[in-house]
Every structure is written in C-alpha cells, then in structure tokens.
Ligand binder design. Structure first.
Ligand code: 6IA
Length: 140
C-alpha cells in the first residue's frame, strides 16, 4: 500500500471539489490517502473549527514527508497546492499534476515548465484515473 498525498484547492476556490472527491475515492483503493478532507466539505468545516492554520501547516508538511507520492489536481489555482508541490519536489517525492483541459485557467508556467513534475491533461474522470494508474505503474 502506498501513502498518497492528494493536493487540491481549498481557499483558492472549491470549483473542482467534486472531482477531488471522486479522485480520492479511487485512490483509496490503491493506498492510504492522507488528505481525504480535501474532497469533503463536512470535514473541512470541522477542520476550520478545530485546527488553527499553524497546526494545519505542520500536519500537512508532516504528511508530505511521510508520503510516497503526491497527486495534485491543479485546474483550480491555489497558493497552498503550489507550495505543497514545491515542498514535495524538494523532498524528492514523485508528483503527478492533473489538469482538466476544459479549465478556464491557464496552468502556471512554474508548473507546466517544471521537468521535475509529471503533468497530465485530462478530459474525463476516467482519463484522469487511467493517468494515475499509468503514473503509479511507472514508480518502483
Ligand atoms: O491555498 P489553499 O487553501 O487552496 O491550499 C490548499 C492545499 O493546502 C490543500 O492541498 C491542503 O492539503 C492544504 N490545506 C489548506 N487548508 C487546509 C485545511 N484546512 N486542512 C487541511 N489542509 C489544508 C483549512 C480549512 C479551510 C476551509 C478554512
């Protein structure tokens, strides 16, 4: 079983929240997903009440350190997701960035131009899931 860090926008905007939820459901079949709250509105509300930002940061950084890989959904621009991707690169974790090709947002050159990242453009959920499977099979 792999430890998977899933990154998706929270304060950057929740437009893609439904996609996060579905991708996380698929990832749970493959491994342990540290960040299931990214796809879950109810646990986000609880998080808001019980965890201060300092604790959120410390906990998420520890989860990144403990993870085997990161899957980041990058269609909705998010400072937090960008920071997490950079942190994972520094920690030499493999990172797959999934970008919905129908997104109105253009992907940052700091992501699309980064050769340390695997970037997949997807049109449907099925496509994103097969890209995840392909990425995982390329890891040892
Ligand atoms: O800048 P963003 O908020 O869009 O950053 C989103 C990323 O940062 C996600 O991939 C998360 O892993 C992490 N993150 C940001 N906020 C939280 C959070 N609670 N709990 C866990 N991880 C987080 C904040 C709740 C919020 C609704 C106030």
């Amino acid at each position: 079983m792999k430890n998977i860090y899933f990154a998706g926008s929270i304060r950057g905007g929740r437009n893609m929240a439904d996609v996060y939820k579905k991708l996380i459901a698929g990832l749970r079949l493959i491994g342990t997903v540290f960040t299931e709250h990214v796809g879950d509105e109810q646990s986000l509300r609880m998080d808001d009440e019980s965890l201060r930002d300092l604790e959120i940061f410390e906990r998420d950084m520890e989860w990144i350190r403990s993870s085997d890989l990161m899957i980041a959904e990058v269609s909705q621009p998010s400072l937090g997701v960008g920071f997490e991707i950079a942190s994972a690169i520094m920690l030499e974790k493999p990172v797959l960035c999934l970008y919905n090709e129908n997104s109105d947002n253009r992907l940052s050159a700091m992501i699309s131009g980064n050769s340390d990242l695997t970037i997949s453009r997807y049109g449907s959920l099925e496509e994103a899931e097969s890209q995840i499977a392909e990425f995982l099979s390329g890891l040892n």
